[in-house]
Design a protein around this ligand. Sequence first.
Ligand code: FES
Length: 194
Amino acid sequence: MSQAEGVNVQRRRVLIASTAAIGAAGVAAVATPFVRSWAPSAKAEAAGAAVTQDISSIEDGQMIVVKYRGKPIFVVKRTEDMLTTLDDVVPLLSDPDSSESLQPEYCANPTRSLEPGVLVVEGVCTHLGCAPNYRPDVGAADLGGNDWYGGFFCPCHGSKYDLAGRVYSGVPAPLNLPIPEYSMDGTILTVGEA
Ligand code: FES
């Protein structure tokens, strides 16, 4: 590979990934795999070009992060157990039906997604814009114990979101995490294109 090609490949590594796996004790362990994605050039990306990612290598319960228009896009492979929590957590949420939140029409449903098993959501807290942490560890003592069904926790001021990006009541963040335009073709995810 030439040096120029090497630089190109480097630039295409826009996907900074984090993963969490629930261990036997229910404790989340986080690693950071790097996954290649087909990204547009920096100029095209600034103009809002779509970003394509093969998500076939994401494991159940794992999250990766794709960069789109300078924002982190969280992509989570939700398990059946995770999907069950979306009903259980409803009484704790501020806007469980996402009626005041941003999402494409095709994601205006209980799972806020095209495919229930795949969550695609902007990783930007709706309070003041910090990046929430992925915390799938159900019952985490530091996040409310039995009232924590897994989701995202913003370390800046303590906002909490469920596994569909819906915000808990009584936290600083006013809205659910936005869902971007995206499409799925098999295991190929395209963010920025319906
Ligand atoms: S920025 Fe997330 S809680 Fe304030």
